[in-house]
Design a protein around this ligand. Structure first.
Ligand SMILES: NC(=O)c1ccc[n+]([C@@H]2O[C@H](COP(=O)([O-])OP(=O)(O)OC[C@H]3O[C@@H](n4cnc5c(N)ncnc54)[C@H](OP(=O)(O)O)[C@@H]3O)[C@@H](O)[C@H]2O)c1
Length: 384
C-alpha cells in the first residue's frame, strides 16, 4: 500500500471545511442507533445511524471538577453548553479518550480555572453547526484531540477548525482511542526525532496508551525497539506490539540491561513519559549525540537537569508537546491523516482495553493512575 498516497487522500477528505455567513442551523440529531459488538480484546464497534431530529436539549450530563484532588473530585453533573456560535459546531460524543494529561489537570500539575470539564479527545456526531459555517453538516462523524478541554461530556461545543472527519472505515471508538495518542506518536517518531531503519529506540511504559502505538510504529519504521513495562502481562502485550526486547523495569535495572542489549553502544533515542523514576537512567542509556525525548511525567516531574548532564555525550534534550506540533490546520490534518491511514492499513492496531461509562470517569482515572490499565482507556456516554 502507498502510505503517502493514502495519507494524502485521507487528509483531503478530512479537510472539507470552509466558512461563509448565514443563518444558524437549528436542527439537532439527538437519538443515535448504536450497535455494540464486543468483537475482540482490541476493539469495540459502535455503528452510528442518524435517527430522529428534535430541538436542542439545553442541559447535558458531564463530569466537572470544582476542586483539585484525587479521582473523587470528578463529579457527574448537569451542565449547560449552549449553542454553537460562528465557526463552531455542537457534537454529541460517542466515545471519549482518556489521557494521562487529564490526571495532571485534575491534580493541578497543569492549571485550568475552576470549575472545568476535563478531557481533550472525543469522537461524536455533529448535531448543530454555528452561523455561516459550511463544509460541516449535521450527522458528520468527527474526531478532535487537544484544545479545547471539555470532552468528558455528553455533548460539547467545538471550534470547527479542530475537528477532523473520521474515515468511514474506522470505528468511532477506535478513532477516539487513537486520535491524541496516535498524533503524539506521529510527532515523536516522525517529527521530533525521525526514526529510521537501523535506529535503536527505547520506549518507557511500552504497554500504555501512547507506548503501545509508539512501539508498533517504531517497529514498522524499521527500528530495533526496546520497551519497559511494570509486569508480565504488560510485557506480553509490548512484545506483541513489536518490541524486540522487553524489560520489566520493576524487576531489573533497565540501564544495565540496555547496556547489554546494545553492547555498550546505547540507544539513539529514548521516549520517556514516566519522568521522575526513569529520567536519569534514560540519559545513561543514550549513545553519544542521542536524543532524550521527555514527553510526560506519569511518575512525577523529573528533577532539574544541569547542562553538564547532557554535555558529556553531546545529547539533545527536548520536552515536546503535541499541541505545538499541531498548531496549524495543515499540521493537524497531516498528523491525523497519517494516523488514520496507518490504522486503516493495519500498521497500527488499536488496543481499546478498558471502557467505562462516562459517569464512572473517577474509576477510570483511579485505574489509570494505579497502573492497572494498558492500551487505550475509553469513556462512553451513559445514554449511548
Ligand atoms: N507531550 C505530549 O504531547 C503528550 C501527549 C500524550 C501523552 N503524553 C504523556 O504520555 C504518557 C502516557 O500517556 P497515556 O495516556 O498513554 O498513559 P499510559 O501510558 O497508558 O499510562 C501511564 C503508564 O505510565 C507508567 N507509569 C510508570 N510509573 C508510573 C507511576 N508512578 N504512576 C502511574 N503510571 C506510571 C505505567 O506503565 P507501567 O505499569 O508499565 O510502568 C502506566 O500504565 C503520560 O506521561 C502523558 O502525559 C504526552
Amino acid at each position: 500500500m502507498d502510505m503517502k498516497r493514502t495519507s494524502r487522500e485521507l487528509k483531503r477528505k478530512m479537510d472539507t471545511m470552509s466558512v461563509s455567513f448565514g443563518r444558524p442551523t437549528r436542527t439537532v440529531i439527538t437519538k443515535i442507533n448504536r450497535t455494540k459488538t464486543t468483537t475482540s480484546s482490541s476493539s469495540r464497534s459502535i455503528r452510528i445511524t442518524p435517527k430522529t431530529i428534535r430541538p436542542f436539549a439545553s442541559m447535558v450530563k458531564a463530569i466537572r471538577v470544582h476542586e483539585l484532588g484525587g479521582p473523587e473530585v470528578l463529579k457527574w453533573e448537569e451542565v449547560e453548553i449552549g449553542e454553537p456560535k460562528e465557526g463552531e459546531i455542537r457534537v454529541k460524543n460517542k466515545a471519549i479518550g482518556i489521557n494521562f494529561i487529564d490526571v495532571y489537570y485534575r491534580k493541578g500539575v497543569y492549571q485550568s480555572p475552576l470549575p472545568f470539564i476535563p478531557g481533550r479527545e472525543a469522537v461524536g456526531v455533529v448535531t448543530a453547526v454555528g452561523p455561516g459555517l459550511t463544509g460541516r453538516k449535521v450527522g458528520d462523524v468527527v474526531a478532535y484531540a487537544g484544545n479545547p478541554m471539555g470532552s468528558y461530556a455528553e455533548e460539547q461545543i467545538l471550534p470547527a477548525s479542530v475537528a477532523v472527519s473520521v474515515p468511514p472505515s474506522i470505528d468511532p471508538s477506535v478513532a477516539a482511542s487513537i486520535m491524541l495518542k496516535g498524533m503524539t506518536a506521529h510527532s515523536l517518531l516522525r517529527r521530533c526525532f525521525k526514526v529510521e531503519r537501523g535506529h535503536t529506540v527505547l520506549v518507557h511504559a511500552a504497554a500504555g496508551g501512547v507506548g503501545s502505538i509508539l512501539c508498533q510504529w517504531a517497529n514498522a519504521l524499521g527500528a530495533t525497539v526496546i520497551g519497559t513495562v511494570s509486569n508480565e502481562a504488560k510485557a506480553a502485550q509490548a512484545a506483541e506490539d513489536g518490541c524486540h526486547h522487553v524489560i520489566i523495569y520493576t524487576q531489573e535495572d533497565f540501564v544495565t540491561r540496555i547496556d547489554k542489549i546494545t553492547s555498550g553502544k546505547g540507544v539513539n533515542v529514548v521516549y520517556d513519559s514516566v519522568g521522575k523514576d526513569t529520567f536519569q537512567g534514560s540519559l545513561l542509556c543514550l549513545s553519544p549525540r542521542g536524543y532524550m525525548v521527555s514527553f510526560g511525567q506519569s511518575s512525577g516531574l523529573p528533577d532539574p537537569v544541569p547542562l553538564s548532564a547532557i554535555a558529556a555525550k553531546s545529547l539533545f534534550l527536548t520536552r515536546p508537546s503535541l499541541f505545538q506540533y499541531t498548531t496549524t490546520r495543515d499540521e493537524l490534518l497531516e498528523a491525523a491523516g497519517e494516523v488514520f491511514a496507518n490504522v486503516a492499513s493495519g500498521i497500527l492496531r488499536v488496543r481499546v482495553n478498558h471502557t467505562y461509562p462516562l459517569s464512572e470517569a473517577a474509576q477510570a482515572h483511579a485505574d489509570l493512575e494505579n497502573r492497572k490499565t494498558s492500551g487505550s482507556v475509553l469513556l462512553v456516554p451513559d445514554a449511548n
